[in-house]
Design a protein around this ligand. Structure first.
Ligand code: UFG
Length: 324
């Protein structure tokens, strides 16, 4: 199939683009390189540099490339930043995407796979969180993703746009073959931050040790990017059917606390990790753990690389042997 991957030079998008390319699909990557790296992509992948808000480039791409399906990864993705700069999140994650959807419709491309997030659920009412759980985001990042989900539901009804919305829990780890890993210079997520602090002998802050959890630190459901990419491949297969609109969690069904992550990193590095307990971070939920039953049932997907030790080992290898 001819697939447009927006944000296809980013952390998850670049692994997706490489896997699609390996599987002989025709891949077109569209990325503004704000965080993505061209080096993360196989040389023969068609690449366009630009922003999803730029209708002119979008139109050129759809005219030239006969795109059949869009995988939409391009987004601002940091919870903390979204609280400080909500404008950035609503512009990039909602307003600009309307241009992409408009261009798709103009070119009769009606298959869309959307990278959404567990942040749409907010503070959980029960665990594990299934897709029926009420949505009540507690930060602008989650709100912006939920807004696009609603827009897609309406586009499905009005324009027959077939959509699969994948709500990622905590994407983590690096490609098993070492080719791709997180791309941010300034580390943004827990595992890369702890590895970076370890490398530079800095102390890691634990944001809140007074949460209502066993060890007082937040619990998250870490899901390996290899598993996320595999779920997209299965979603793409599923989208060959007609009249599809599905929302599906991508998680591992198990939670790990911040302190446990730090302790595993300490074992893998063979050194004590210096930590200090800081106040809670605004916009955080105490626990996020996915039910992945629907992904199993609908897509025939289950995570196979998401054991937390395997995730951290892959992130560690990437951190000290990164290709870009
Ligand atoms: N944390 C620390 N110290 C740090 C960094 C993070 O204690 O230096 C804590 C956070 O407070 C949180 C946990 O580690 O409790 C994980 O934090 P991340 O920033 O790595 O990830 P988030 O859970 O905030 O968010 C991530 C993605 C979102 C996604 C969410 C879904 O960044 O895009 O997972 O579960 F929505």
């Amino acid at each position: 199939m001819k697939v447009l991957v927006t944000g296809g030079a980013g952390y998850v998008g670049s692994l997706m683009s490489s896997k699609l390319h390996d599987a002989q699909h025709d891949v077109v990557v569209f990325d503004n390189l704000s965080t993505g790296k061209k080096k993360a992509l196989p040389k023969s992948v068609t690449f366009y540099e630009g922003d999803i808000g730029d209708e002119k480039i979008l139109n050129d791409i759809f005219q030239k490339e006969s795109i059949e399906i869009v995988m939409h990864f391009a987004a601002k993705i940091q919870v903390g930043e979204s609280v400080r700069k909500p404008d950035l999140y609503y512009r990039n994650n909602v307003a600009k995407v309307l241009h992409l959807l408009k261009t798709m419709l103009q070119h009769n491309c009606k298959k869309f796979i959307f990278s959404s997030t567990a942040a749409v659920y907010g503070e959980p009412q029960y665990l594990p969180i299934d897709e029926q759980h009420p949505v009540n985001p507690i930060n602008p990042y989650g709100s912006s993703k939920l807004m696009l989900e609603s827009i897609l539901a309406d586009y499905h009804k009005a324009f027959n746009m077939d959509c699969i919305i994948l709500r990622y829990f905590n994407a983590a780890g690096a490609a098993i073959d070492g080719s791709v890993g997180e791309v941010q210079i300034k580390k943004q997520n827990l595992i890369p931050i702890v590895l970076d602090n370890f490398e530079h002998n800095r102390t890691t802050s634990i944001f809140g040790a007074d949460w209502n959890t066993e060890d007082g630190s937040c619990i998250r459901d870490y899901i390996h990017i290899e598993d996320i990419v595999e779920a997209h491949a299965k979603a793409m297969e599923y989208l060959s059917r007609k009249n599809i609109f599905e929302i599906i969690n991508l998680g591992s069904n198990s939670g790990v606390s911040v302190k446990e992550v730090i302790s595993i990193i300490s074992k893998i590095t063979g050194r004590k990790i210096d930590t200090k307990e800081n106040p809670r971070r605004r916009g955080d939920a105490a626990q996020l753990i996915a039910s992945n039953e629907k992904a199993k049932r609908i897509l025939g997907w289950k995570p196979v690389n998401s054991n937390i030790k395997d995730i951290i080992r892959s992130a560690y290898r990437w951190h000290f042997n990164r290709k870009y």
